[in-house]
Write a protein that binds this ligand. Structure first.
Ligand SMILES: Cc1ncc(COP(=O)(O)O)c(C=O)c1O
Length: 370
């Protein structure tokens, strides 16, 4: 049986939605988008938001309408729906490796200004060969390891060597450097976060200077996340910031100094109490299959004395104080602890304004991990 037409839900109170249902507080999300856009009016860098958070073209378009220059994606599977939806300036901030994926990449270059992260000369050669055969040019940023120890060339000479290699290659155009300081973005203390972020950004900037001293122009300098947008974004050398989570936020980012007080949590999971088997135990219909919990179990919003203890596949197991008055059938909202991985578990959002369902949006790139 096919799922119900999403538009049958428009106009009903959110409590009447069947559950589990992923809700967006539209006013809050729009405020977050505007606040971030306003920050980027005050600095040299521009915003290229990471859409791995929402995976949905209409939200990307709202970010662009507010001033973003394009989008950042994690995967081809995210870039493809964005480009189909008319977004042209797309960065895939990861390495695209292997013949099948490189074929998809060069085909996207026919329909967009696609840009990709590289950190390996053999990968550059393969992209170059495929792009030349297709008659396109793929734009490339060298990902530099500025301390996260994930992908990336080492700062300094190894990055210069790869930049020279790209410059000698056809079908691939060197645009600049990318250094994502993912190891600092959720450091709670602002000063600590600033010190470790600046250490990373300095490595990227030193590398930019080395390239320029050697006659290699560096047009784009990309990095940053929600926890560092105002630290990395304040450098005049940085041209693009990749913040993503700020659109929705979550309880983890809410606890990060200088971030939780700037942006509001606009994402909730609506659940139903399915059992109240003991006075101190409440069970809701939301478990691991609809909630990520790598940063801890999502907690209920607005009900004192009720706490999520743990999730199994389809159940959220809560302890309740004597004061908690809930019964099977009651609806409870949970605040995700990690917005990006929670969104990836859902087919659609219900956009809520003043308690009423205003929009239903398919999460087009959910699960598109290839
Ligand atoms: C390469 C890259 N850039 C930017 C971000 C965005 O970070 P945030 O969700 O903290 O805004 C991420 C998050 O994982 C990332 O991997």
């Amino acid at each position: 049986m096919s799922s119900p037409r999403p538009d049958v839900f428009i106009g009903i109170p959110k409590e009447e939605l069947d559950t589990p249902a992923l809700l967006i507080d539209l006013d809050m999300m729009e405020t977050n988008i505007q606040k971030m856009a306003d920050f980027f009016k005050t600095v040299n860098a521009e915003l290229r938001p990471h859409v791995k958070t929402h995976k949905t073209p209409i939200i990307a378009h709202k970010q662009i309408e507010a001033g973003a220059i394009g989008v950042t994606c994690a995967k081809l599977g995210e870039a493809e729906p964005m480009i189909r939806a008319g977004i042209r300036d797309v960065l895939i901030a990861n390495q695209i490796v292997g013949a099948q994926k490189i074929a998809r990449l060069v085909n996207l270059a026919k329909h967009s200004e696609i840009m990709v992260a590289v950190d390996d000369p053999h990968n550059v050669d393969q992209i170059s060969a495929a792009a030349t055969a297709k008659g396109v040019t793929v734009r490339a940023l060298i990902e530099v390891n500025t301390g996260m120890n994930r992908c990336g060339t080492e700062p300094g000479q190894p990055t210069l060597a790869l930049a020279r290699h790209i410059l000698e290659s056809e079908g691939i155009q060197f645009e600049g450097l990318m250094g994502y300081e993912g190891h600092t973005v959720i450091t709670v203390n602002f000063i600590e976060r600033k010190v470790s972020t600046e250490k990373s950004v300095d490595l990227l900037i030193d590398t930019k200077h080395l390239l320029e001293e050697n006659g290699v122009p560096v047009k784009i300098m990309s990095g940053g996340g929600t926890g560092t947008y105002d630290i990395t974004g304040a450098y005049p050398e940085m041209t693009e910031i990749q913040a993503g989570s700020y659109v929705f936020m979550d309880s983890t980012y809410q606890g990060v100094e200088g971030v939780g007080d700037q942006f509001g949590c606009s994402l909730r999971l609506l659940t139903t109490v399915v059992s109240h088997p003991q006075p101190t135990r409440v069970i809701v219909d939301a478990g691991l299959k609809v909630l990520a919990q790598e940063f801890g179990a999502p907690q209920p919003v607005g009900i004192e004395g009720l706490h999520t203890q743990g999730l199994s596949e389809e159940h959220g197991n809560m302890t309740a104080d004597a004061s908690v008055d809930v019964k099977p059938g009651d609806k409870i909202e949970l605040l995700p602890t990690h917005c990006c991985t929670t969104v990836n578990l859902h087919d659609r959002y219900y956009g809520i304004r003043n308690g009423i369902v205003e929009a239903v949006w398919e999460i087009e790139a959910r699960g598109k991990s290839q």
